[in-house]
Design a binder for this molecule. Structure first.
Ligand code: PLP
Length: 356
């Protein structure tokens, strides 16, 4: 049966990336060794690292002032590593609370300094993006989540601010063109749009570093990682390589403009169906809808499980909503073919007509 992978992450990867990764595990670049066997300080791996970091900067159109790092620990580690490096005791950082991941980042930042929650969408279960807010000029930085994976909202324009901008881009990185250079720090777990689980991308503008008094353990210090070229300790070699393959694929397919065009086409097709089929009810404010994760509920909740059973029968996986919000969620990352979205809409339409 043909599978349709709507998982929220780890999630769908291009078939050719999977083929190349499988080949590299058996015989990396025809050298007679597996990718899993080569040392991280060999020229073989150095070439992988150099090419990926340079592709990242090319796709994001960044200059010398930004550094791209591959780190361990997932985006979750960044919730504490960001304030540990940027926020001193007694200082204040501004945070947007637009969903479960932003709330977690807020909780961790409070361990290092003061947090000023300048915007929250909690009053409506995070079903919209709260955009009209003031950011005190004394804030060390503003932290926001560009795409709220769980709730299905997305920032479609940058927050306006003069303070350094820090973004968690875990679930929409490389899915669209963004003013990346306007950010002082960007982080993203790789397992949605840029590879396999196990590695985190951190892009940092060097001028925000070194401004705090706190002693930072070397493994947590961005400056030490920059000095060591992402090779302070053993990096997740396999995950970095899969990320390189994914970045090469993005570039070959037409870069971020093409990824954005495809994302809009997929999302428009799905949301049009959600807006027209009475049994399926989208939960998010129209203008804030995510192009990556569409979240919706059944008009009659008792039909949720039967619909999920139908999905399973038809090879459609990952449709159940996050355990914290329930309902349904369809994730459509870069490698999602339009055919899968069409197949899903066909199934929704049939289910709607049969059960209405
Ligand atoms: N931030 C966002 C927006 C996410 O979607 C996720 C995971 O789905 C995370 C952070 C946590 O990422 P990780 O599991 O890599 O720590």
């Amino acid at each position: 049966m043909k599978m349709h992978n709507f998982n929220s992450g780890p999630s769908i990867l291009p078939q050719e990336v999977l083929n190349q990764a499988a080949e590299a595990v058996l015989n990396f670049n025809n050298i007679g060794l597996s990718l899993l066997e080569i040392g991280h300080r060999t020229s073989w791996f150095q070439d992988v690292l150099d090419e990926s970091r340079s592709l990242i900067k090319e796709l994001m159109q960044l200059g010398e002032e930004h550094e791209a790092l591959y780190l361990h620990g997932g985006a979750t580690t960044q919730f504490m590593q960001v304030p540990m490096n940027l926020l001193d005791d007694g200082e204040t950082a501004a945070y947007c609370d637009n969903g479960i991941w932003g709330s977690k980042a807020i909780k961790e930042a409070k361990l290092f300094g003061n947090v000023n929650v300048v915007a929250s969408s909690k009053d409506k279960n995070h079903t919209y993006i709260n955009k009209g807010f003031e950011i005190p000029a004394t804030s060390k930085y503003l932290h926001y989540t560009t795409n709220n994976t769980v709730e299905g909202t997305q920032w479609h324009a940058l927050p306006e601010t003069n303070v350094p901008l820090v973004a968690d881009m875990s679930s929409d990185i490389f899915s669209r063109n963004m003013p990346f250079a306007k950010h002082s720090l960007i982080y993203a777990g790789a397992q949605k749009n840029m590879g396999a689980a196990g590695v985190t991308l951190v892009v940092v503008k060097k001028d925000v570093l070194g401004k705090i008094k706190r002693a930072i353990p070397p493994i947590m210090d961005y400056r030490i990682h920059i000095e060591n070229g992402s090779l302070l300790n053993t990096p997740p070699v396999f995950a970095v390589y899969v990320s390189l393959l994914t970045l090469r694929w993005i570039k070959k397919e037409g870069g971020l403009a093409e990824m954005e065009k495809r994302a809009k086409e997929r999302a428009e097709y799905l949301y049009n169906a959600l807006d027209s089929l009475p049994l399926f009810v989208p939960t998010v404010n129209k203008e804030d809808r995510s192009f990556m994760n569409a979240v919706f509920v059944m008009q009659r909740p008792e039909l949720e499980q039967p619909f999920l059973d139908e999905c399973k029968k038809n090879g459609m996986v990952g449709v159940k909503g996050h355990r914290s919000v329930g309902g349904l969620r369809v994730s459509m990352y870069n490698a999602m073919p339009m055919d899968s979205v069409k197949a899903f809409v066909e199934l929704m339409t049939e289910f709607n007509n049969k059960n209405l």
